[in-house]
Design a protein around this ligand. Structure first.
Ligand code: ADP
Ligand code: ADP
Length: 243
């Protein structure tokens, strides 16, 4: 899928001013853009506005209040029912501190299965279970993790489970907000591998990350936000060379 962001302004619901404005970039299938920039720059707001309400962390929603974004040519509007359905099919959003925000009342298996069952109530439970098993294995957790609850997992294991859920739908667009922050370093390797595999399969990805090692390895294009505006856009190697 392609993503076109054109002069976008986004605002947190209830906030007086925009969190980011004048943001433009486009992304083809199989491409990655990394969003960097200081705290408060508007990185999370941008991702959240594109995520069409795909959030389980209870964070404040952000909405598009100016400009436009298009996913595979269709305009992204603030999330109504149709957009929600669309998002359940195509977009995976990994919120910041996703692991810490796992809903405590669901087993990991139920948490992983939820997006697939939400989009098709009659989904074959056996097939959903097999998919959950593959996803949990891909992030380096054991199958027995599926029957555990978040309170029984370490921080790194929870983050891996959150990543596994993002993989469950086989997303065509991944929106990941600092997927490796605040967790054990081994999670970074998982993220790198999964990003590479996904991109090769044609997934597009927008990832908020300051992990230079990972971004260099992925030869990432980087957009730097500061105070809600794009201040740099280009290959990381060029940005580093310019200092
Ligand atoms: P970043 O992800 O780059 O740290 P954010 O998107 O979290 O930036 O924040 C962008 C701006 O929006 C900041 O000025 C921040 O104070 C403000 N902000 C963050 N969260 C909210 C919220 N829930 N409601 C209103 N304003 C917010
Ligand atoms: P169809 O139902 O035949 O896929 P639609 O008109 O519903 O056609 O949508 C065309 C494409 O745009 C589909 O891939 C759909 O999932 C996607 N789409 C629909 N609504 C949105 C939206 N708000 N934002 C982004 N893409 C959307």
């Amino acid at each position: 899928m392609s993503l076109v962001v054109d002069d976008l302004t986004v605002r947190y619901q209830g906030a007086s001013g925009p969190a980011a404005s004048g943001v433009s970039f486009s992304l083809a299938a199989g491409e990655l853009v990394a969003i960097m920039g200081p705290s408060g720059a508007g990185k999370s707001a941008l991702l959240r506005a594109l995520a069409l309400g795909q959030d389980y962390s209870g964070s404040e929603a952000a909405e598009i209040v100016g400009g436009a974004a298009f996913i595979s040519g269709a305009p992204v509007r603030s999330a109504g029912k149709r957009e929600h359905l669309f998002a359940q099919h195509e977009i995976a959003y990994l919120p910041q501190n996703a692991g810490a925000a796992l809903p405590g009342g669901s087993s990991i298996g139920d948490f992983l299965s939820a997006p697939l069952i939400a989009r098709d109530k009659r989904a074959d439970r056996g097939a959903v279970g097999e998919r959950a098993a593959r996803s949990i294995d891909a992030v380096g957790l054991t199958l027995s993790t599926l029957s555990l609850f978040p309170s029984e997992l370490s921080g790194g294991q929870r983050q891996r489970a959150a990543i596994a859920r993002a993989l469950m739908i086989g997303p065509r667009l991944l929106l990941a907000d600092e997927p490796a922050s605040g967790v054990d370093p081994s999670v970074r390797g998982v993220i790198g591998t999964l990003l590479r595999t996904g991109l090769e399969a044609g997934m597009a990805a927008v990832v908020v990350s300051h992990d230079l090692e990972l971004l260099v390895a992925l030869d990432a294009r980087v957009i730097v936000l500061d105070a809600g505006a794009v201040v740099a856009d280009g290959p990381l190697s060029e940005l580093l060379a310019e200092g």
